[in-house]
Design a protein around this ligand. Sequence first.
Ligand code: GLA
Length: 495
Amino acid sequence: MLAVFTFAMAGQEPGILTPPAPPQPRIHGARMYGVRPGHPFLYRIPATGTRPITFSAKGLPKGLKLDKRSGIIGGTSPARGEYKVKLRARNSAGRTERAFTIVAGDKLALTPPMGWSTWYMAHTDISDAMVRRQAEAMVTSRLADHGYAYVNIDDGWNIKPGSDDAALGGSARDAEGNLLSNKNFPDMRALTDYIHSRGLKAGVYIGPGPLTCARFEGSYQHEEQDARRFAEWGFDFLKYDLCSYGRLMKDQNDAAELRKPYQLMGSILGMLNRDFVFNLCEYGRGKVWEWGRAVGGNFWRTTGDVGGGRNADLWTNMERYGFGEAGLEKWAGPGGWNDPDNVLIGQILWRGKLVPTPLTHNEQYTWVTLWSLLDAPLVFGGDMTRLDDFTLSLLTNDEVIEVNQDPLGRQATPVYKSGKVEVWAKGMEDGSKAVGLFNRGEDEREVVARWSDLGITGPQIVRDLWRQKDVGRADGEFRANLGRHGAALFRLRPE
Ligand code: GLA
């Protein structure tokens, strides 16, 4: 039997496909959550449905406490082991329950981290007030209800040696060598307290060289002192950006030389009394995917900057970096992920101005579909205080996010390619397959997903994940019509 699904009418943009969240409570986000024993624990249960919602949990290990109104779990992570918890939520419209496993051990980021970063909406024009507004918006926009949690401060928060800008210049360290924030960030501890009070996580940025990419103070020869400072300040995440360290290297692409500063910082972070998700940023040099996990990395950029390059074309960058992940799948999995960079939709800084992303709807569907299939960290790069309904619909489709957060952590691979048409697939924990259909070409195309390419047999129920609806039954193959640069995402379950 043959089934053909039309994803969008010829020449038309698909518009919003994600159905609105129902009034009944639904719990979303990761099903497996890795922590280190004895460290501070913080998790905000992502849930949709009419508020107020009352939360409860069964099987929560000792030392953890759930605030039943906010759904925030705090306390101290339990002793090594796996804890099977049942998270529950109820409101005036109904109730729900979801299995959630806390794994206390060595591994963090058992599923790809989800969050936001300052970089692509503001570059170094950032401040405490701005980060607070964004953190607040992560909650009020409801992104946090779908699993977004990391609020990451990128380059520009500390002192810029030699700068004549009164807010940024001055001495980068105190008399004891402790790293200082700049005047736009008067109190880092108060800032992370604020982020944590919302149940969210706080991320910070620095590099192993004398200076960061935007020429702010780096950690060179202060690595341990800086890491301890970040822990005292209450951070949960560190992005470590190579940049000026390159000047200290003989060969820019030598894996052993590249690995050294990451190994050092990775081992320091592992000794701290807080969980730090460690984000390696060295643009994919020296095949970082081969050693990123071994040095303690939880994700590693496999590419240059997706929003970078003079006269860059965003579609071209995204396409090159995203589809370019083919072949790297064997290095991704729970605890360590390939990172083709942030998701640049919504309002982003583009050619110096905060403007709507230059991408078409189809191109944006391609972006989020591909990143979900790739198990890429979902780090939103746009302004969370100015989310339009379309952007929000792309970021908050729970069935699409589920593909990204599947506990197996199996990065999708291309199973079919012909000219500008591709089919990618990923095995899911429940035995189903997530299948992405892509049209990278300039004209509308029919894309065929064949069972022989997918390695399955027999009749399947085909579910359109963007529309969150079963669209039919198919045997042998199914087809979808896709517009220019368009994508569709399905899940196949044996009938
Ligand atoms: C590099 C990184 C970016 C960003 C900037 C900050 O270009 O790749 O992600 O962190 O530095 O200066």
